[in-house]
Write a protein that binds this ligand. Structure first.
Ligand SMILES: [Zn+2]
Length: 461
């Protein structure tokens, strides 16, 4: 017994000595791990978005008055009418139409300094009226993108106030030519990484941003920038974009459908979205550098190469190229860790040499386009980390980079009419180099392309 306990003590002493000895190594190892993770997970650079350029002659809005009158909150009871002003409408006719108290209108008109803000109505604009039993409690009219007139009933009568909307949306058009990478070009045009990434996502079905970028490729983006009290806040939506890749012109415009869902379409109303992504790799800053990741010619010399190789850093997420079901997940000879997805139309896609699979990915599981299914590795016969990607229709291997991808049906009928009306302005902005924004994008426009593309290919469709 005693011997046993002394043995235990010896063991514990030895163990302590051992841990003391390995402690520094453990510390170094965890530091390396930490650094590795830090390097792998680049901090989103959205916050570091470049200071936006301001419209020439843009007015700084007046600061928001301290506190909207209490009556605005009080006027909760009653109902709200949202009037869309018709041709020949006046406030009189509107009051008559909704059986509102005409003496209220007279009183509101009598307020100093707002008469002219009330009498000239524009067809199509909207006026909000809150009332209880015909007695008007509040009238709201947007005078300009940054100013709203608010007339509110208070104890002593009506008061009028011009309220500046603190958030304004401005439209910016940026143009750039790619000389080394998408992000470099974006930076030169003072476009944030976030917008550059969104641009890549819009064209992800047509342009392979991992392999296809060429020196001299160019893009134009028409997008929203949000300002608060005149100070840049953040970027909004991309409204329209053009990408010229190896002489091919791709154009996309945002359309909010009647169901309120937005999407990007070609100028003729064909959805940009297709059933398969052109490249099944998450396009990140790390892997975006132009020409850095060339196909390794040493790979796959034994048999004909039936897919596309994407050299990418170890651990780069691999996306499902399209909606489908997991047909195979596991190890397969030279392919190493492999996922095969089965899609509609007898199409299968294959992802090989993975480092590992997405957690719990299993056979029969349904996956969505863009869902991460694994991570780039070099398992199987691979001399460096890369993704081997195959696209098969039935038993026939197609070239993933050039295969015609199935798409969604184009807009038709009333949707197409609505689409044309909604998108005309943005498409015009995309084409015209002389839209108000041009002065603000001079930096980008000044970057001359190294490779001059035939003018006919640059011209819009
Ligand atoms: Zn390959």
């Amino acid at each position: 017994m005693r011997r046993d306990s002394s043995t235990v003590r010896d063991w514990s002493r030895q163990f302590h000595r051992f841990t003391a000895r390995i402690a520094p190594f453990a510390a170094i190892a965890s530091a390396i791990l930490l650094l590795w993770h830090a390097a792998r997970d680049p901090v989103p650079t959205v916050a570091a978005a470049p200071a936006p350029l301001i419209y020439p002659g843009a007015r700084s809005p007046a600061p928001q008055p301290a506190g909207i009158p209490a009556a605005v909150q009080q006027a909760g009871l009653g109902s709200t009418i949202d009037v869309v002003v018709g041709r020949n409408d006046t406030l009189d006719s509107i009051f008559r139409r909704f059986a509102l108290d005409k003496s209220d209108l007279a009183e509101i008109r009598g307020l100093p300094g707002i008469r002219q803000s009330l009498d000239l109505l524009k067809p199509g604009e909207s006026i909000e009226l809150r009332h209880s039993a015909g007695e008007v409690n509040e009238l709201t009219r947007k005078l300009s993108p940054t100013e709203t007139l608010k007339v509110v009933r208070r104890a002593g009568g009506y008061t009028a106030q011009l309220v500046s909307d603190p958030i304004q949306t401005r439209i910016r058009t940026a143009r750039a030519v790619i000389t080394s990478s998408l992000f470099q070009a974006a930076q030169a045009a003072r476009v944030s990484d976030a917008i550059a990434l969104r641009l890549a996502h819009i064209f992800a079905w047509d342009v392979d941003f991992m392999l296809d970028l060429r020196r001299g490729d160019r893009f134009t983006i028409v997008y929203q920038q949000l300002f608060e009290n005149g100070k840049y806040l953040r970027d909004g939506k991309i409204l329209a974009a053009k990408f010229v890749n190896a002489g091919h012109v791709y154009e996309a415009v945002r359309f909010v459908g009647p169901d309120g869902v937005d999407g990007y379409y070609t100028p003729s109303g064909q959805p940009m979205h297709k059933a398969f992504l052109r490249a099944p790799l998450a396009f990140t800053r790390v892997s975006s550098a132009f020409n850095l990741h060339r196909m390794n010619p040493i790979l796959h010399v034994i048999r004909p190469h039936l897919g596309t190789d994407y050299a990418a850093p170890l651990g780069t997420p691999v996306d499902a190229a399209g909606d489908g079901r997991v047909q195979f997940v596991g190890r397969e000879e030279g392919y190493g860790n492999t996922v095969i997805l089965a899609h509609a139309g007898d199409i299968t896609t294959l992802y090989a040499h993975l480092e590992r699979f997405a957690r719990k990915l299993h056979r029969g599981e349904a996956v969505r386009q863009g869902q991460v299914i694994g991570y780039v590795g070099m398992s199987g016969l691979a001399t460096g980390p890369h993704l081997h990607y195959e696209y098969r229709i039935g038993d026939v291997h197609e070239n993933p980079q050039t295969v015609r991808l199935p798409g969604a049906p184009p807009l038709r009928g009333s949707s197409l009419v609505a689409f044309r009306m909604q998108t005309a302005t943005w498409l015009a902005d995309l084409q015209s180099p002389l839209v108000g924004a041009s002065a603000r994008t001079a930096t980008a426009a000044n970057i001359a392309p190294r490779t001059v593309l035939p003018a006919s290919r640059i011209a819009p469709n």
